[in-house]
Design a protein around this ligand. Structure first.
Ligand code: TRP
Length: 457
């Protein structure tokens, strides 16, 4: 790392700090909120299988490539890519990886903050006893009332955005480690509590079979695209977040074992979240697995409202959802901020303020899509759905594809080998062909076919 960049951004003290930070970025609303609802909306089992395959065959290899690019470039994603392309004597086209990332991060953050805002409202509801003894019908009603109330939505969205910008302004290296170290274990513990409750009080058997029996009739091509897009989303890939974090990674740290650890934890959290939520859904006929974005928010209050200590567990759970969202949101802004500082002479504070404000304004569209604008549709999507689709199903896979092609085919093999010299040779032998022949082709095919279905139906 050049001294200059070390001074500007800092570096992770150990490999373990990097794992914590990357896990903090990966584990977020994508696991707790999004995975269960898209699995529910796409029929369960077959979707889950495709998702798991995408994690292993696409997500993990691309993650390794992305971290490697960041560590080699040692700058913000945009400038890392500039430097690597120049070094390889290549056309400026490849800089698009950095650009798509910075823009994608702000687009994702715009709706991410709105959903995190729901969680903040639920912290208050849980702690004031709103959920006590609640029925499934009342729970659905509570969520619908929240969505209709745009002032409250904007209020919490703003609070969350301020929290995010505040941490990024303080510098990522300082802010993250502690939060993640405390938060992750408690989050896992609470998911365990929910799992046990669901096992005893909900319809666990049906939840299990919904998530793991392979009903391929329920899966559409669009569903396959959504599953692949989500494998990028949940691992924070395809927009430079992990690349930016990789830039702060010590040279001697092992990328391979890091990637497997993060991928393993992230996938476990998603599956457990599903297994905690679906038993409640199937135990109450008023609730639907295909409920949509509200799934987490209508099903879990029913669990907390009817369990011993639910007031405490419910409050703590939604606090943790917020914290998990927070540590993820930070990594959505960081690439853009790092670039504005390096290249445009901004200081951390103003860079943040600028990007945070942009995401906040865009987020108003998502707020309105749940009430005033709910009937405005493009290609059948409302504003929120469109943002989600364009980012998770288009931009992330596209950038992921570029990364796979760049590292797999464009960069010289000896450069890649050199960068991964400390990794075990066996790992390289599996990873490199996987990236070249499997990840890139799978992403390209699923992307084209899925998009075709969306655009022409
Ligand atoms: N991975 C996070 C989640 O699952 C979201 C996220 C954070 C993200 N940073 C990202 C997604 C970068 C894509 C790219 O909630």
């Amino acid at each position: 790392m050049t001294d200059n960049n070390l001074r500007i951004h800092g570096t992770w003290s150990t490999q373990w700090t990097f794992i914590l930070a990357a896990a903090g970025s990966a584990i977020g609303l994508g696991n707790l909120w999004k995975f269960p609802y898209i699995a529910g909306a796409n029929g369960g089992g077959a979707f889950v299988l495709v998702y798991l395959l995408c994690i292993v065959l696409v997500g993990l290899p691309v993650m390794m490539a992305e971290i490697m690019l960041g560590r080699r470039g040692r700058q913000s994603p945009i400038n890392s890519m500039r430097r690597l392309t120049r070094e390889a004597g290549l056309h400026g086209f490849w800089n698009i990886i950095g650009w798509l990332g910075v823009v994608g991060g702000i687009l994702i953050l715009s709706y991410y903050a709105v959903v995190a805002g729901w969680a903040l409202q639920y912290v208050v509801d849980a702690l004031t006893g709103e959920f006590q003894g609640t029925s499934a019908a009342a729970s659905s009603q509570r969520f619908a009332t929240l969505l209709a109330d745009r002032n409250t939505l904007v209020f919490w969205q703003s609070i969350f955005m301020i929290l995010t910008v505040a941490v990024v302004a303080g510098g990522v290296v300082k802010g993250l480690g502690v939060a993640v170290r405390v938060m992750m274990p408690i989050l896992l513990l609470l998911l365990g509590v929910l799992l046990i409750f669901g096992y005893h009080e909900g319809d666990f058997a049906q939840a299990w079979s919904f998530m793991f029996s392979l009903n391929f009739e329920a899966l559409t091509l669009k569903g396959v695209l959504v599953a692949m897009g989500h494998s990028f989303f949940t691992l924070s890939l395809g927009m430079g977040a992990i690349m930016a974090y990789g830039a702060y990674m010590p040279d001697n740290a092992r990328i391979g074992s890091t990637v497997l650890t993060i991928g393993g934890i992230d996938t476990a959290v998603s599956l457990i979240a599903g297994l905690a939520i679906f038993p409640m859904v199937f135990a109450h006929p008023e609730l639907q697995a295909s409920e949509g974005p509200g799934l987490l928010f209508v099903s879990l209050p029913v669990a907390f409202g009817n369990m011993a200590g639910g007031l405490f567990f419910g409050g703590l759970f939604f606090i943790l959802v917020t914290l998990a969202a927070w540590s993820s949101a930070i990594s959505l802004v960081e690439p853009g901020v790092a670039w504005l500082i390096e290249s445009k002479g901004f200081n951390r504070f103003t860079a943040n303020l600028l990007l945070g404000t942009a995401a906040w304004v865009l987020g108003l569209g998502t707020v309105l899509s749940f009430n005033a604008w709910q009937d405005y549709r493009v290609l059948g999507f409302n504003f929120f759905e469109f943002m989600d689709f364009i980012t998770a199903s288009v931009m992330l896979p596209l950038t992921g594809l570029f990364i796979a092609i760049f590292v797999g085919w464009v960069m010289k093999e000896y450069v890649v080998r050199e960068e991964l010299a400390t990794e075990s040779p066996g790992l390289f032998r599996i990873w490199y062909p996987l990236l070249r022949y499997c990840s890139s082709i799978a992403v390209a095919v699923i992307f084209v076919v899925g998009l075709y279905e969306v655009l022409l139906r």
